[in-house]
Design a protein around this ligand. Sequence first.
Ligand SMILES: *[C@@H]1O[C@H](CO)[C@@H](O)[C@H](O)[C@H]1NC(C)=O
Ligand SMILES: *[C@@H]1O[C@H](CO)[C@@H](O)[C@H](O)[C@H]1NC(C)=O
Ligand SMILES: *[C@@H]1O[C@H](CO)[C@@H](O)[C@H](O)[C@H]1NC(C)=O
Ligand SMILES: *[C@@H]1O[C@H](CO)[C@@H](O)[C@H](O)[C@H]1NC(C)=O
Length: 371
Amino acid sequence: MKLIVGCIFFHVFLIIALLVSHQINGRNTNYVTNNYTSLFIFGDSFLDAGNNNYINTTSFDQANFLPYGETYFKFPTGRFSDGRLVSDFIAEYANMPLVPPFLQPGYNQYYKGVNFASGGAGALVETFQGSVIPFKTQARNFKKVTVWLRHKLGSSNSQKLLSNAVYMFSIGSNDYLSPFLTNSDVLNSYSHSQYVAMVVGNFTSIIKEIHKRGARKFAFLNLPPLGCLPGTRIIQSQGKGRCLEDLSSLASLHNQALYEVLIQLEKQLRGFNFSLYDFNSDLTQMINHPLKYGLKKGKSACCGSGPFRGKYSCGGKRGEKYFELCDKPNQYLFWDSYHLTESAYKQLATRMWSYTKNSHTIGPYTIRDFF
Ligand SMILES: *[C@@H]1O[C@H](CO)[C@@H](O)[C@H](O)[C@H]1NC(C)=O
Ligand SMILES: *[C@@H]1O[C@H](CO)[C@@H](O)[C@H](O)[C@H]1NC(C)=O
Ligand SMILES: *[C@@H]1O[C@H](CO)[C@@H](O)[C@H](O)[C@H]1NC(C)=O
Ligand SMILES: *[C@@H]1O[C@H](CO)[C@@H](O)[C@H](O)[C@H]1NC(C)=O
């Protein structure tokens, strides 16, 4: 009798176990059968949602202290802003939850996507080497995720998920900023066009790698006017606050090369579709005409110190305790010396998302077409 009851219990247990495991598998493949569009994010501090909280780096490449995050989250998440980033709004517009950082302990719902971006990262491994997760390593982390997905979903379903997913990129700014912010003389050893070719060359081979793993829908932000950020205005202008033209012209050269390379990739790579958002012209307009965008300040940061609050001291943890903080971040374009406020990111995301083609989207698709 005992044996029979034991047997029944064992069978009931087995059936429950099977049901549960079936449900888990069912839930996983649902992401494929429901055509869920996952979002994978790569790049630098414009898109980093907190990966740098988990690496051995310095406070210069981190934003995990107040007042970062104060407006929306009410606590610092590692995002370089007072609130959400462009990628957070894109996820929202696509009716998705926020996409967590790859290094966030315990996160493995990779079906929905994941964020690989790292503040300070560039396309060159030399850029802020040792303090950031370079683009190349981000692509390697993506490869790990594709292996995991294949293991969970099987080859055909994981391919389907990967080709239906959207891949968002902001990379390159730090490759040009770093020579100006460190004592590097790299720009004496290369001409500007050689240096741009090297950055774009590395960028291109990494994009090809990501495409080879199954990515098809690529969304890029080009580089902002790098010499007109509060932190770069103060480098050479003796307090006059003019844009650092050398740096802005490198960004323009890069943007031209980026566009040409994307057109080539579209011809070369099977199924490669891209959307290119003209961050540069959009931000230039906002810097020069803040009132038109409902902002009061287009040149000065909300958080920092010195002229234009361009000194990178926001939060008082980067070697300098003193910093100023504005009362109303939503009236500012710049949050700190290099990064924008949530209200600016929201406007940019809205125009990036915008269905009707506008002057700030270059190229065949808007990111909205991909969802
Ligand atoms: C998913 O896409 C396929 C192919 O385009 C389509 O046949 C199917 O109905 C879609 N499923 C859902 C749930 O939308
Ligand atoms: C972190 O980096 C510092 C400086 O590069 C080094 O001295 C330290 O050993 C590193 N710590 C870990 C845990 O890797
Ligand atoms: C990539 O960058 C390295 C320097 O980090 C450079 O030596 C190499 O030529 C670049 N590759 C391409 C394809 O441009
Ligand atoms: C992308 O490219 C493929 C084939 O090249 C095409 O079938 C598809 O409709 C394109 N558009 C989008 C928005 O993915």
